[in-house]
Design a protein around this ligand. Structure first.
Ligand code: GLN
Ligand code: ZN
Length: 764
């Protein structure tokens, strides 16, 4: 048995200085040509391979690079190009599928499992003909490219089962068609591809099947078995390494072990329990890549613990390799680019580059013996276990213990009564989700402040001027509940993270969210507290400019956690309670300052839903608990809003009800108000603002369209429940689109309102 060779499942591809984003956007705007873009891409690939080689990894993956998204690459590779893009070719077609062109809307985009990465959803129908693109077989090309540098890489492909499970039926596909029905023709293409990879000399290929970390039906497991039996029996093929990640694969482990695949990569961080299944899985003639270094978080690995897990696997497999739990694309590139993090915190961090070193070190420990690396181990442990000052805040802990779950709010009917007396609103009140367009002047003001070109007072004056404009505009349009527009916020999570203790923000910690949109998730490392009010000044300023109610805007606990790297030394539930307490204080201050509507955004509530249904109730319990802890301290006369950015409610309808918010606004325009009906069926009785038009598109909706949407919603709702708002915040739109769209929305609400019976108690 061999042990201690090393690999990673994937690596960030965006470049140290976001080179990929710059080049891609320059290409889109016509500033550089395709050759220049492809040169940048090639040099990024080369840098990655050389970095991994120089770090001492034994096996390096290839085909982990993508110009936009790896699922899109795979769809194009196997010929799954929807008819509306077929008259295009090459890069034009590729980017059209990602971003759309006139007359051909893009593929839908959705979250990659429980991460904040978004992939493009392949569209498959009975007419889809899978076929390798003869001119451009990306994994073969990239294999050659690396070979030219003297590297025998392991091409990475999305596995057939996961590819089909991630796809959706093409528009117009007959009722009952399932992408899984196409497994057999898809496998023909995989077999062809495996043959070509073998021909060019690849000795291993990695097939990613993260879908196995979620619940899978017996039928799906049978298809898994059939797929790998078939690929395993291909006459000409490299060795097959099936990689799974984001959780334990449980029964799928035995299924895969019964096929002729040559190796498995398991996530032994999120799927730690699978380690105990290896011994009895029947892998004694296979390779196992033990995913011991976490690809989803930024902390150093507990190396002694990882070595203990590795030791427990020795003897159960033919070759034990050390690897990462998943691709490193979900963590930033390199801690050494950070210059302003507190030193004790920096020492505890491992970004992608540092994680590769950890993998290499673990490999040495297995090969040469732990004693040979005892100095390195001791140093690493000392750095890992050092706690930066401020990690523990006794006051926060004591307050939370005393508060328990907080006292629930009064019943909804009394809240409605209280409000109709103090702050009545018309039926079908109109509002927005919070942000108004982020203009270049706003961005310039923030940059000027950051670089010291203007002082705090000048900055505030500019922001106030912006708020004046936004308030005046909303009054002119005739909206009922106004917002200040969020001009001071760069990002809804980072803005709060920068103002709460316990969070640190990085300078260069970029992670790809989708395409050329990268985010810098804050690092949550200590107890969370709010040293001073965060939003009160802006919100009350806005309120001082109007007699209409202004809605305060906060980011909810789950979203703060979901879009940050979270601490690994206490439960998410506990951390969420700390964030909730800080928000509770902020809400109390807003209320005391006279703000009567407060929105707590939870766009990430759905995305963090555990992949296994058995784990979902516990998650929803603490997620809902944190929301309620944040919001339950208010008077009956205060209206609590929440906002969520998705329309597939399925598993979480009950949780949405349990939030006990007075109004929930959700994405609905694209799904024709379906969720309104779902919610109504479950007996939801509070306010709901189904987005009446899609802000993700520049198109301005007509009054009639919005009227139709409202009438559709009213078919399921009591008019007293219905609020009128767009799908999401307006920050990415331009005023040219926003102004006519909001005018149409207000006019539609007016028309529909006029057809309703004068309400006896038009209140909420
Ligand atoms: N209030 C935020 C905004 O309008 C909500 C953003 C979101 O849902 N992602 O921008
Ligand atoms: Zn939204």
């Amino acid at each position: 048995m061999a042990a201690g060779r090393t690999t990673v499942l994937g690596y960030p591809r965006i470049g140290q200085r976001r080179e990929l984003k710059r080049a891609t956007e320059a290409y889109w705007s016509g500033k550089i040509d395709a050759t220049a873009l492809l040169d940048t891409a090639a040099s990024l690939r080369r840098q990655t391979w050389e970095t991994l080689r120089d770090a001492g990894l034994d096996e390096i993956p290839s085909n982990t690079f993508s110009l936009y998204d790896q699922v899109l690459d795979h769809a194009v590779l196997v010929g799954a190009v929807p008819p509306r893009f077929r008259q295009l070719t090459g890069l034009d077609r590729y980017f059209a599928m990602a971003r759309g062109v006139t007359g051909a809307p893009p593929l839908e985009m959705t979250k990659w499992f429980d991460t904040n990465y978004h992939y493009l959803v392949p569209e498959l129908g009975p007419d889809t003909v899978f076929r390798l693109d003869e001119e451009h077989v990306k994994p073969v090309e990239e294999y050659h490219e690396a070979a030219a540098l003297g590297l025998d890489t392991r091409p990475v492909l999305l596995g057939p089962l996961t590819f089909l499970l991630l796809a959706k039926p093409a528009p117009g596909a007959p009722e009952g068609f399932r992408p899984l029905d196409l497994l057999s023709p898809l496998l023909d293409v995989y077999a062809d591809l495996l043959g070509r990879l073998a021909d060019v000399g690849a000795s291993w290929v990695q097939l990613d099947e993260p879908a196995l970390a979620a619940d899978r039906s017996p039928e799906e497991l049978a298809l898994l078995r059939a797929a790998y039996d078939r690929l395993g029996s291909s006459p000409r093929r490299p060795k097959l390494l099936v990689a799974t990640y984001f959780g334990p694969i449980r029964e799928a482990l035995g299924v895969l072990a019964a096929t002729p695949v040559d190796g498995l990569a398991l996530d032994l961080v999120a799927g730690a329990e699978d380690a105990t299944r290896v011994a009895s899985a029947g892998l004694s003639r296979r390779r196992l890549v033990a995913g011991l270094v976490d690809g989803r978080n930024v902390w150093r690995t507990n190396l002694p613990q990882a070595l203990a897990v590795a030791a427990s696997l020795l003897g159960s497999v033919d070759e034990l390799m050390v690897g990462t739990s998943c691709s490193l694309q979900h963590v930033p590139l390199d801690v050494s680019l950070e210059t302003s993090l507190p030193e004790e915190l920096r020492g505890r961090l491992a970004f992608a580059r540092q994680k590769v070193d950890e993998v290499v070190l673990l490999g040495r420990a297995l090969r040469e013996g732990r004693e040979q690396i005892s100095d390195e181990l001791a140093q690493a442990e000392a750095a890992r276990t050092r706690r930066p000052p401020g990690t523990v805040d006794a006051r926060v802990r004591a307050r939370l213990a005393a508060l328990g779950d907080g006292t629930p709010r009064g019943d909804y009917a009394s809240r409605v009564r209280a409000r109709s007396a103090t702050n009545p609103l018309p039926l079908l009140p109109t509002t927005t989700i919070g942000s108004f367009p982020q203009t270049s002047e706003i961005r310039a003001a923030r940059a000027d402040l950051r670089h010291g070109r203007i002082d705090e007072a000048t900055y505030k004056a500019r922001m106030r001027a912006e708020i004046d404009k936004v308030i005046a505009l909303q009054e002119d349009i005739g909206l009922d509940v106004l917002v200040h527009g969020e001009p001071e916020r760069n990002d809804m999570v980072q803005y709060f993270a920068e103002r709460l203790t316990g969070f640190a923000c990085t300078e260069s910690g970029w992670v790809q969210s989708y395409g050329t949109r990268y985010v810098r998730p804050p690092i949550l490392y200590g107890d969370v507290a709010r040293p001073e009010p965060i939003t009160v000044e802006w919100t009350t300023y806005a309120q001082s400019r109007t007699t209409k109610p202004v809605k305060g805007m906060l980011t909810g606990p789950v979203t703060m956690l979901a879009w940050s790297f979270v601490r690994d030394d206490q439960s998410l539930a506990e951390t969420a309670r700390q964030v909730a307490l800080a928000l509770r204080d902020e809400i109390r201050d807003l209320e005391a300052a006279g703000i009567r509507h407060i929105q707590v955004d939870e766009p990430a509530l759905r995305e963090r839903l555990p992949l296994r249904s058995a784990d979902q109730p516990e998650y929803l319990r603490w997620a809902v608990g944190a929301f309620r802890l944040a919001t339950s301290g208010v008077a009956d006369t205060t209206t609590i809003h929440s906002h969520m950015c998705y329309s597939e409610f399925g598993e979480i309808v009950d949780a949405i009800d349990a939030l006990d918010a007075d109004v929930v606004s959700v994405e609905a325009a694209r799904s024709r108000m379906e969720l309104v009906h779902d919610l109504a069926r479950t007996g939801y009785r509070r306010g709901i603002g189904p987005g009446v038009y899609d802000i993700h598109s520049p198109r301005v909706p007509t009054v009639e369209e919005i009227e139709d949407a409202l009438r559709l919603a009213l078919a399921a709702l009591d008019p007293a429940q219905l609020w009128v708002n767009p799908d999401c915040g307006l920050k990415t739109r331009r005023y040219e689109e926003v102004v006519p769209a909001l005018r149409a929305m207000v006019e539609a609400a007016r028309r529909v309102r006029a057809t309703l019976h004068p309400a006896p108690a038009p209140a909420r």
